[in-house]
Design a protein around this ligand. Structure first.
Ligand SMILES: Cc1cc2nc3c(=O)[nH]c(=O)nc-3n(C[C@H](O)[C@H](O)[C@H](O)COP(=O)(O)OP(=O)(O)OC[C@H]3O[C@@H](n4cnc5c(N)ncnc54)[C@H](O)[C@@H]3O)c2cc1C
Length: 393
């Protein structure tokens, strides 16, 4: 089999599989590689996504979904609660099945999927242009050539480093997360919980996302600049003991969550970065699946247009960045700004915000509000937060 492709996609997470799927649909010769022996294993994710976010995939396979979300519970440091009904707000996925399903969908449309195949470097031609990748495939050193390379290799993205892009994240630009899959009794199915406290989850929060049948993703993210010697696992253990009377740990996982910053790079010559590799994550909540899917979809579409029209220059690929940021740029920048405020908030501030939300949300129809509108109202409601904004601006 030839080792030449129109496009090589590195990493079979949601971003990489989505890009491959779009390219395969347009009948391009695309290679999707995944370093692990199975797509979707191991992974670290709380698996929540909005219904709108998941709709980016087109037809949804019911097996991808573990549970529906129709309620949100926010708990302040002093235990004050706000519980909001939000019918059809979102879903908790079964990402092992979802990730695998998306990659297999790309394969069924014609993409070549290779597992146990790890990209280990880029190949440059004699003009210095990237023309392929070096891989370790089932222990063998091999090379593949392509006109375009899509890097979907997640938060650790080595492709960024090989391309000479600054890969570092400062200690306040990353969430350090730990999560258990717990079997528990005292949860409300369909209700996702967020627990805020600078002591319990400094610069982050703890979550409980029910998956149905008494199982739940229970995790915690913290910002390393505030955690000193404490590890996310220790903080999570403390939270679990406090929150649940009875529980059994079925799985554990750990990972990092990048924040979106101005350094985030989406295109360099014929290299396109998607999903966590491009850092296109909601910096406040750490949610990244929707943006992984959307960036993969747009990167696949623009690459397909570039490949189809033999007359356009490589500059055409920059349209991926333009089109993606036209849809998501403002939101990413706003969440990044909110994160800066969040990191400066005290437990008293969290208590006041929850108290405000209790009154405010009781007077509104939630279906008519977006999370962005709610956040803007919260910021306007609190003089101290307004002062923080002024300081940051
Ligand atoms: C604890 C935790 C909880 C989270 N919870 C949520 C949530 O509830 N909702 C949400 O929206 N987001 C959540 N996220 C974020 C979400 O998981 C990511 O944003 C999303 O997975 C990004 O998708 P991706 O395709 O860009 O990267 P990934 O899903 O990380 O996929 C990258 C793939 O590339 C492969 N790879 C890496 N390097 C190579 C290589 N050199 N060669 C070949 N393959 C390679 C990896 O094995 C992996 O399969 C969470 C993250 C963490 C850490």
């Amino acid at each position: 089999m030839s080792n030449r492709y129109d496009c090589i996609v590195i990493g079979a997470g949601p971003a990489g599989s989505m890009a491959s799927l779009i390219l395969a649909k347009e009948r391009h010769k695309v290679l999707l590689i995944e370093k692990h022996k199975e797509v979707g294993k191991p992974l670290c994710c709380a698996e929540a996504i909005s219904s709108k976010g998941l709709s980016i995939c087109g037809e949804v396979d019911p097996d991808w979904v573990s549970a529906e979300i129709h309620k949100v519970l926010l708990v302040s440091p002093s235990g004050n609660e706000v519980r909001v009904s939000y019918p059809a707000a979102g879903l908790v996925l079964n990402r092992k099945i979802f990730d695998r399903g998306l990659a297999l969908k790309a394969r069924s449309l014609g993409a070549e999927l290779k597992v146990k195949t790890q990209a280990v470097g880029l190949i440059k031609d004699n003009k210095g242009k990237t023309c392929g990748i070096k891989v370790k495939e089932n222990g063998k050193d091999l090379e593949y050539q392509a006109k375009v390379i899509i890097a979907a290799d997640g938060i650790e993205s080595l492709v960024r480093r090989w391309a000479g892009i600054n890969n570092s994240l400062s200690l306040d630009e990353i969430g350090s997360a730990y999560q258990y899959l717990l079997e528990v009794e005292d949860i409300e199915e369909g209700c996702v919980e967020f627990h805020l406290s600078t002591k319990m989850a400094p610069g982050g929060y703890a979550w409980v996302f029910p998956k149905g049948k008494g199982m739940a993703n229970v995790g915690l993210t913290a910002t390393p600049v505030f955690t000193h010697d404490l590890k996310s696992k220790e903080l999570l253990d403390f939270f679990v003991m406090k929150r649940f009377k009875k529980f059994a740990i079925r799985e554990w996982m750990t990972g990092g969550i990048p924040a979106y910053t101005r350094k985030s790079k989406l295109v360099k010559e014929n290299l396109l970065f998607v999903g966590d590799a491009a850092r296109v994550v909601d910096s406040l909540s750490g949610a990244g699946i929707t943006n992984a899917l959307l960036s993969g979809k747009i990167a696949g579409k623009v690459t397909s247009e570039f490949l189809r029209d033999g007359n356009v220059s490589q500059e055409y690929l920059k349209r991926y960045k333009e089109e993606f940021l036209k849809i998501k740029g403002r939101e990413l920048r706003f969440y990044s700004f909110c994160r800066k405020i969040y990191l400066r908030m005290t437990d008293d501030d969290f208590d006041q915000v929850i108290e405000f939300l209790k009154l405010y949300l009781n007077t509104k129809k939630l279906e008519e509000l977006t999370p962005l509108e709610i956040l803007k109202t919260v910021l306007r409601s609190n003089p101290k937060l307004l002062l923080l904004i002024r300081h940051l601006v």
